[in-house]
Design a protein around this ligand. Structure first.
Ligand SMILES: Nc1ncnc2c1ncn2[C@@H]1O[C@H](COP(=O)(O)OP(=O)(O)OP(=O)(O)O)[C@@H](O)[C@H]1O
Ligand SMILES: [Mg+2]
Ligand SMILES: [Zn+2]
Length: 500
């Protein structure tokens, strides 16, 4: 009697794999069945589609309707297939010209009166449709989000009848106006660096960290401004270029289904509580969802009070720190999420917090201090380029120091230092080992100092490479071409834990 095939897309992590919605009309007992791993919301499509078609004045034939969502092994969720199913029925029953649906893709949930409701995953569907060169028709409520994809050919509609009129040629939908997405001024910059008083050394470390993308650990007694400083790192970083802004938007949409267009171009700032589970950090869920490490992609992940995180949680960070991506494998599907974030962490020097403090006395046993520090030893510590002490200033001193530089002033210098690096191809923290010496260009006095320090403090080769990368950043902030002793010496002074 009739067969129609409509193109649509599923939503899986950051991807939108193609789904062929096949509708077959045959003689037999009247009824409709949907096959191809549909979840509950997709199975309920039957009732929504039937009501919508009838309420729009179409004929819902009393025949056997089989809807197949292919490939069958792909999990399918949500009401996004309502629209392609409805169009498939109309085409299979010759209420719409079959040719009209061939060149486009469709997603959209139907309400019972035929209006189109926005769906999750419109952004990834727009990316995928753009790459396939096909037009995507979707609910108007999804249009702003999908329009962030520059090369997508999109049409938005409010109602099933609008789409039908467009497809039959009776009344074409006009394409949305093209305008580049607006960059939002980040609400994160409300926390300004000028609020942090004193702590010149830690502020300098924060600027080096921002300039070269170096991971940073702040160590000090309670109440000295560690958390304050750490929270202000993201406000020093330059805005994201479009391609990276899209990656960030796709990860965010993989977590919540939708992307808030008001956040376009903002670097993410994630600060999970220390009670967070390993799955919350690295991702999980029956349908894979990104964890904090991926939600912080291209932005900052703050682990405040680092030793308070459970050991297995810190362990779970090793792989994403190494690979800069995480693969979440679940029964339903496996997906890879990016996880290229900048890490900033804070800790006290000992369990009571006052070890080495000028005012309060530490009450911890050496054993307790060792246990506390060993929680973050090894690979995690190795990854942190900068370890900096944030000591307590002399009493009353804070009240007397004047406000420091604002985030904007520092961010302008950071942007300049980063530009030098981008012209070379990498931000210094990501400089490949093979390019290290030719890029860092240490002079003989710089190298000699590094060798002496390596012997004295027993630095590993990896730690030496980190020192060189940090020294390169300090030289870039200076506008220097080669690394001299002063750059290396400052970089060495920013690895306090190695010296203990
Ligand atoms: N350098 C500073 N400049 C301005 N205010 C500060 C400074 N240090 C601390 N404060 C004040 O103390 C409060 C606590 O600071 P913060 O939370 O950053 O301390 P912390 O070092 O993270 O301490 P803890 O180890 O207990 O987490 C801040 O909210 C701020 O009001
Ligand atoms: Mg704190
Ligand atoms: Zn102590």
């Amino acid at each position: 009697m009739g067969l129609a095939i409509v193109s649509s897309r599923a939503h899986l992590g950051m991807d939108a794999p193609e789904v062929a919605v096949e509708v077959n009309i045959a003689g037999g007992l009247p009824g409709m069945s949907i096959v191809g791993l549909p979840e509950a919301a997709v199975r309920e499509s039957k009732d929504r589609v039937k009501a919508a078609l009838q309420n729009c004045g179409f004929d819902f034939p009393a025949v056997k309707i089989t809807v197949s969502l292919a490939p069958a092994d792909l999990p399918k969720a949500g009401g996004r297939f309502d629209l392609p199913i409805a169009l498939g029925i109309l085409a299979a029953t010759r209420q719409l010209p079959g040719k009209s649906i061939a060149r486009a893709e469709f997603i959209g949930e139907l309400s019972l009166d035929g209006r189109l409701r926005p769906v999750h995953g419109a952004l990834s569907a727009a990316v995928a449709a753009g790459a396939s060169g096909r037009q995507l028709l979707l609910p108007r409520g999804n249009l702003a989000e999908a329009a962030l994809v520059a090369d997508a050919d999109l049409l938005g509609a409010e109602h099933l009848l609008e789409i039908c009129a467009h497809l039959s040629g009776a009344d074409r939908i006009s394409p949305p106006p093209t305008q580049p997405p607006a960059y939002s001024s980040s609400p994160l910059t409300i926390e300004d660096l000028s609020e942090v008083r004193g702590q010149a050394a830690a502020r300098r470390a924060l600027e080096i960290s921002a300039s070269g993308g170096h991971d940073l650990l702040l160590i000090g007694p309670p109440g000295t401004g560690k958390s304050m400083l750490a929270r202000r790192l993201v406000g020093l970083l330059p805005p994201l270029p479009d391609a990276q802004a899209l990656e960030v938007a796709l990860v965010s949409a993989a977590a919540s289904g939708l992307f808030d267009v008001g956040c376009w171009g903002q670097r993410p700032f994630r600060h999970p509580h220390h009670s967070a589970s390993a799955a919350a950090l690295t991702g999980g869920g029956r349908v894979p969802r990104p964890g904090e490490v991926s939600l912080a992609h291209r932005g900052v992940l703050l682990l405040d009070e680092l030793p308070e995180f459970a050991r297995n949680v810190l362990e779970s960070l090793r792989q994403p720190l190494e690979d800069r991506q995480v693969t979440v494998a679940r029964v339903a599907a496996r997906t890879t999420f990016p996880a290229d974030f900048q890490l900033v962490a804070t800790m006290n020097p000992c369990p009571c917090g006052y070890r080495g403090d000028s005012v309060a006395a530490c009450r911890c046993t050496p054993d307790a201090v060792d246990r506390y520090r060993s929680r973050i030893s090894g690979p995690l510590l190795d990854r942190l380029d900068l370890h900096v002490e944030v000591p307590r200033p002399p009493p009353g001193r804070l009240l007397r120091v004047t406000a420091g530089e604002s985030s904007n002033d520092v961010a302008a210098r950071v942007a300049a230092a980063r530009q030098v690096q981008l012209d070379r191809g990498w931000v210094n923290a990501r400089l490949p080992g093979a390019r290290l010496l030719e890029t860092c260009r240490p002079r003989r006095d710089g190298l000699r100092l590094l060798e002496r320090a390596a012997t004295r403090f027993g630095l590993s080769a990896r730690a030496c490479h980190r020192v060189l990368r940090v020294a390169r950043t300090i030289a870039d902030m200076d506008g220097a071409v080669t690394l001299d002793q002063s750059h290396v010496s400052e970089a060495l002074s920013l690895r306090q834990i190695d010296r203990r």
